[in-house]
Ligand binder design. Structure first.
Ligand SMILES: [Zn+2]
Length: 315
């Protein structure tokens, strides 16, 4: 069974952050006569040779660093390099898409398209898309969209993460929150993808705060076995139901997303009282957001069309 999986990246506003130049000067690589700049795992096409080299070196570095960060070890080199087609210009909205093929436990057929300003490509779009490839290489099967996009967003520049956090509050206040029972079952992108990104990112961040990256991946691995997410949530985070998790997460958001001490183990999680207590930032009747969402279809037209005018690309 071949499953072609595409991912989207959403990044928007330009920013002035410049990456440390040392990051992309280290990897030896060569220009191929045809097809772009080659590194062990990527072939980069970009407007200039210097950009090809910067992007290729950064891609290799992210591939190594993000694999260690999430998996605890580097990935072996892919048999075939991943083509990266990069459009880089200051006026371009930032965004990307990566596709790959799952077939009998293997993943291959990589293709990555990215675009944006040089700074945004290097500090947000590229690490986001590379994280998709790390997850795909690890799981060898489609990862639930909320978790896949949520995790990939956590590695973006802080300005992008902050934007997602602001958007989330707007979505929750305007009844665009997605009930966990619905979000956990999503196999594809919804028509309005923005709430999925911001909520997926926030829940991922919450779960990472609770038990860290290793436990988060173990939870996903387990849940994907039987798609019984209430069982997996209970087993890995000690919550009685998806609704209980949803309410605890909402409480955390209301508190302003405080840093949490990592739970030592699942026994501690199960024994702990529900947390955090409500307070802090007030959402508009947050729990009723979900009640309303369950009983009424969400409007299809996104109120966030305006955000596209600031430079986002949606493909
Ligand atoms: Zn993505």
């Amino acid at each position: 069974m071949r499953t072609i999986v595409g991912t989207l990246s959403r990044v928007a506003l330009l920013l002035a952050t410049v990456l440390a130049t040392a990051m992309f000067l280290a990897t030896p690589a060569k220009l191929l006569a045809a097809g772009g700049f080659r590194t062990p795992n990527f072939v980069v096409s970009a407007p200039t040779p210097q950009l090809c080299q910067e992007i290729g070196a950064a891609a290799e570095q992210y591939r190594k660093d993000l694999a260690i960060e999430w998996l605890g070890h580097e990935l072996p080199n892919w048999r075939q390099p991943c083509p990266i087609n990069a459009q880089v210009a200051q006026h371009l909205g930032a965004g990307g898409a990566t596709s790959f093929v799952f077939d009998r436990g293997e993943v291959f057929g990589w293709e990555m398209n990215i675009q944006g300003s040089r700074e945004r490509v290097l500090d947000s779009v590229l690490p986001h898309e590379i994280t998709h490839t790390v997850f795909a290489s690890h799981f060898r099967r489609p990862v639930p969209r909320w978790a896949d996009e949520g995790a990939c967003t956590t590695v973006e520049h802080t300005s992008e993460v902050s934007k997602q956090e602001r958007l989330l509050i707007q979505f929750l206040k305007s009844q665009k929150g997605i009930a966990f029972s619905h979000m956990f079952a999503m196999k594809e992108y919804p028509r309005d993808v923005l709430p999925l990104y911001s909520q997926g990112h926030s829940l991922t961040q919450y779960l990472l705060e609770r038990r860290g990256k290793k436990a988060f991946l173990a939870f996903l691995e387990d849940g994907m076995q039987d798609e019984n997410w209430p069982r997996a949530v209970q087993a890995h985070y000690g919550q009685q139901s998806l609704l209980a998790l949803q309410n605890d997460w909402l409480g955390w958001v209301k508190q302003g997303r405080p840093r949490l001490p990592l739970d030592a183990d699942i026994a501690t999680v199960a024994a702990a009282p529900a947390r955090p207590a409500s307070g802090g930032v007030q959402l508009a009747s947050a729990t009723s957001v979900y009640a309303a969402r369950k009983s009424e279809p969400s409007p299809q037209a996104s109120v966030y069309d305006a955000s596209r005018e600031t430079g986002s690309v949606w493909r």
